[in-house]
Design a protein around this ligand. Structure first.
Ligand SMILES: Cc1cc2nc3c(=O)[nH]c(=O)nc-3n(C[C@H](O)[C@H](O)[C@H](O)COP(=O)(O)OP(=O)(O)OC[C@H]3O[C@@H](n4cnc5c(N)ncnc54)[C@H](O)[C@@H]3O)c2cc1C
Length: 629
C-alpha cells in the first residue's frame, strides 16, 4: 500500500503530520529569520559525508534522500514556526513554582513539544519495533540542530528524553523497556539524567545518594540531586529519572555507583500511573541562559510522599549493580556530542543574524572616501567587520562539520558492514568526543560574542537575539563535563588508551586527507603541508607530556592541549570540506574557500605557541601557591 505514495508524503504520513509547503510563503505569524543554513547542511550531508549511501544498509533500507529531506524540511518548518517564535518569551518568563507547588511554564513550550512528539521526532532513531523511524544519527543530529538553534531551552526536553530512552532501550530489561521507552518516544513521559549532587559535580566518585534494597526487588533511594534539567514540570504525565546512587556495602568511588530508574509516578503493570513517588522538588535554579528548561534541586526519599505506604523514592536497578557509571556513559557520550551541537546551533544562529545585520546596517564610508555627503556603506564593507564574520563562519561551519562527522561515526559504529570498520569508527569517535563537546562550546560561544560585536550597541540589547544566544551558549563549557574535565579526558585517557591506538588512528585519518589534498595542488596543498606539520606536533607534544611519567605535570595544562588539538582537528575538517568543494564555482563554494583560508591563516597558527608551552612542560600552574592567587 505504501509503495504507490510519494516517498516524501510517506515519511510525513509515518510522522503523522501534514507536509509543509516549502515553496509557499509562510502562513500564520511572521516566521523569524533562518537560524541554520539548509544549503550548508545539504553540502555536508550529501556532498561531503554521502549519507545517502547509508540507505544501502539494512537498518536504513526504508529510507532515501527524499525521506531524509522530508525530515529536514519538517524540522526546519517546526523549529522556525513553533520553537523560534517563543524563544525570547521563554527567556523572559522563566519557569516558576506556582502556589500549588507545581512548576509553571509558558503554554507555548508545551504546544511546541507536543508537535515535536507528534511528529515522531523523539523516536526518530529508534527501532521500528519500538515505534521509531530508524533514521541515521547523522540525519537526526541535523534535524535536532534546527530546534537547538531555534530555541535552546525548549529543545532540551526531547533531547534529554531521547538520550534517556536510548540508554534504557540498550541496557534495560524487557519489562523496563516496555514500561518506559514507548511512553517516552510518544512524548507522554520525559526523561532526565540525575548525576550531580550539591557536593559532587565533576567528581562523581563522591556522590552520596543511597539505594537500599527492599524485599520486593526494588530499591529505596535517598539523597539530593542538584542541577537536574527537566527535573520537574507539568509538560508530561510522568518524568523518568535515571539516577546514580550507591548501594551500601559496595566498592568505594566510581566502582560502587549503580543506576536506577526512578519515575515521578510509579507505573502500574497495565501502564497506568500509580502512586506519586518520593521525589520532591526543593527549588528551581535561576540561570543566566537556557531559561526555558527547568533546572531543579530534587530530594529523593525525604518522606514528602509515601509510595506503597512508605517514604523513600522507589527505584528500579538498571542492569547490574556497581556498573552504573558505565551505563550512564551511554547517555553521557550521546549528550556530549549533543551539547556540542547545541553550542554549534547557537553559534550558527548568531552568525546568520549578525551577517544579516551587517548587510543592512549602514555606517561610515570606505577608507579614502573623501565626500562626507556620499552614502554610508553597509557594515559588511568594512574589513574588520568581515574579519568578525569570517571568524564566526569558520567556527560555526567547521564545528557543524565536525559534529556531523562524529555523528556519521556513530552510524558507522553501529551499521558498517564489517567488524574492523565498526571498531575503528568507535575508537575514532572515542578520541574525538571530548573535542566534539568542547571545541564548539568554546569557539561557537566566541562566535556569539563576535555576533554581539558586529551589532555594536544594538547587540548588547535585548531587542536582538544575539545576547540571548551568548547567555544560552555560556552553559555549554560547564555541563556534561566541564572544559577542564574534557581536557583531562582527552590527554589523560583518550590519547593514551590502548597504547595510543586512538591517537594513531586520528593521525592516520588526517594523513589520508593530507595526501589527497597535496595531490590537488594550489592553496589546498599549502594548507595540507601546514596541517601535516601540526599533526606531527600533536604526536611529539603528546609523547613529551607523558615522558616524565608524572601525571600531574602531564595534565597541568590539559585544557591548553584540548584547545590546540581541537584546532588541529577543525583545520583537518576544513581541509575535508575544501576537498568536497573541489573546483566548483559560486558564492557558496567561494564562501567555504574563504572560511578555510581564514582558519588556516588566523586560527591554526595559534596552536604554535600552545604546543611550545606544552612541550616545555611548563609548571607555572603547578608551582603557584593558592595563597598568592
Ligand atoms: C544549567 C545546568 C544544567 C545541568 N544539567 C544537569 C543535569 O541534567 N544532570 C546532572 O546530573 N547535572 C547537570 N548539571 C551539572 C553539571 O554537569 C555540573 O555543573 C558540572 O559537572 C560541574 O560540576 P560543578 O558545577 O559541581 O562544578 P565543580 O565540579 O565544582 O567544578 C568547578 C570548576 O573546577 C574545575 N574542576 C573540578 N574538578 C577538577 C579537577 N579534578 N581537576 C581540575 N579541575 C577541576 C572544573 O573544571 C570547573 O571549572 C547541569 C549544570 C548546569 C549549570
Amino acid at each position: 500500500m505504501y509503495r504507490s505514495i510519494d516517498p516524501i508524503d510517506r515519511v510525513y504520513r509515518s510522522l503523522g503530520v501534514r507536509r509543509p509547503e516549502r515553496a509557499l510563503p509562510s502562513k500564520g505569524p511572521p516566521v523569524p529569520a533562518p537560524v541554520l543554513s539548509r544549503r550548508d547542511l545539504d553540502f555536508l550531508l550529501y556532498e561531503w559525508l554521502d549519507v545517502e549511501a547509508l540507505t544501502s544498509r539494512d537498518r536504513f533500507a526504508e529510507h532515501s534522500r527524499e525521506t531524509f529531506d522530508a525530515v529536514l524540511d519538517l524540522s526546519a518548518d517546526l523549529a522556525t514556526r513553533h520553537f523560534a517564535t517563543h524563544n525570547k518569551k521563554a527567556d523572559a518568563n522563566e519557569p516558576r513554582i506556582g502556589d500549588d507547588g507545581r512548576v509553571v511554564t509558558i503554554p507555548e513550550v508545551e504546544a511546541a513539544l507536543d508537535l515535536f512528539s507528534k511528529a515522531g521526532l523523539i523516536a526518530g532513531g529508534f527501532d521500528e519495533a519500538l515505534g521509531g523511524m530508524q533514521l541515521p544519527t547523522t540525519v537526526l543530529r541535523a534535524s535536532m540542530a534546527w530546534f537547538q538553534a531555534a530555541n535552546a531551552g525548549t529543545s532540551a526536553y526531547p533531547f534529554l528524553t531521547a538520550a534517556n530512552a536510548s540508554l534504557l532501550a540498550t541496557h534495560g530489561s524487557d519489562e523496563q523497556i516496555t514500561t518506559y521507552v514507548p511512553p517516552m518516544l510518544e512524548g507522554r513521559f520525559f526523561g532526565t539524567m540525575c548525576l550531580s549532587e550539591p557536593q559532587a559535580g565533576s567528581s562523581l566518585a563522591d556522590i552520596t545518594t543511597k539505594a537500599v534494597a527492599a524485599d520486593d526487588g526494588t530499591y529505596r533511594i535517598t539523597g539530593t540531586k542538584m542541577w537536574i534539567s527537566g527535573g520537574d514540570h507539568e509538560l508530561t504525565e510522568n518524568i523518568v529519572h535515571l539516577v546514580l546512587a550507591k548501594i551500601p556495602g559496595g566498592p568505594d568511588g566510581v566502582k560502587g555507583i549503580s543506576l536506577f530508574i526512578v519515575p515521578k509516578y510509579l507505573v502500574n503493570a497495565d501502564g497506568t500511573l500509580g502512586d506519586r513517588n518520593d521525589v520532591a522538588l526543593v527549588g528551581l535554579n535561576h540561570k543566566m541562559g537556557n531559561r526555558g528548561t527547568t533546572n531543579t534541586l530534587l530530594n529523593f526519599g525525604e518522606g514528602k510522599y509515601t509510595p506503597g505506604g512508605a517514604p523513600g523514592a522507589v527505584g528500579y536497578l538498571l542492569g547490574e549493580p556497581n556498573k552504573g557509571l558505565a551505563y550512564m556513559f551511554h547517555m553521557m557520550n550521546e549528550a556530549r556530542i549533543g551539547v556540542g551541537f547545541l553550542a554549534i546551533s547557537l553559534g550558527y544562529a548568531g552568525y546568520l543574524q549578525s551577517l544579516d545585520y551587517a548587510r543592512t546596517r549602514t555606517q561610515g564610508r570606505m577608507l579614502g572616501a573623501k565626500d562626507p555627503s556620499s552614502p554610508q556603506v553597509p557594515l559588511v564593507e568594512h574589513a574588520d567587520v568581515r574579519r568578525m564574520l569570517l571568524a564566526q563562519k569558520s567556527y560555526v561551519e567547521g564545528a557543524l562539520a565536525l559534529g556531523l562527522y562524529c555523528s556519521k561515526l556513530v552510524d558507522e559504529q553501529h551499521t558498517a558492514a564489517d567488524d574492523d570498520t565498526r571498531s575503528r569508527a568507535a575508537l575514532l569517535l572515542d578520541v574525538l568526543t571530548p573535542i566534539a563537546k568542547s571545541w564548539p562550546s568554546q569557539w561557537c560561544l566566541e562566535a556569539n560574542s563576535l555576533a554581539i560585536q558586529v551589532l555594536g550597541g544594538y547587540g548588547y540589547t535585548r531587542e536582538f537575539d544575539v545576547e540571548q544566544y551568548y547567555r544560552d551558549n555560556r552553559l555549554n563549557p560547564i555541563h556534561e563535563g566541564t572544559h577542564g574535565i574534557q581536557g583531562m579526558d582527552l590527554l589523560g585517557r583518550k590519547v593514551v588508551m590502548q597504547g595510543g591506538a586512538g591517537l594513531a588512528l586520528l593521525g592516520e585519518t588526517i594523513s589520508a586527507t593530507v595526501d589527497e589534498a597535496l595531490a590537488r595542488g594550489g592553496d589546498t596543498a599549502l594548507y595540507a603541508e601546514q596541517l601535516r606539520a601540526s599533526v606531527e606536533r600533536v604526536g611529539d607534544v603528546t609523547a613529551t607530556l607523558w615522558s616524565t611519567g608524572d601525571p600531574s605535570v602531564a595534565l597541568a595544562n590539559s585544557s591548553v592541549y584540548l584547545e590546540a588539538v581541537g584546532h588541529v582537528v577543525v583545520a583537518w575538517i576544513w581541509l575535508e570540506q575544501l576537498l568536497a568543494v573541489g573546483d566548483r564555482e559560486g558564492g557558496f563554494h567561494d564562501g567555504k574557500r574563504a572560511a578555510a583560508r581564514y582558519f588556516y591563516r588566523f586560527e591554526l597558527p595559534k596552536t604554535g605557541p600552545q604546543f611550545d608551552l606544552l612541550a616545555s612542560l611548563d609548571r607555572t600552574t603547578l608551582d603557584v601557591s593558592p595563597d598568592v592567587l
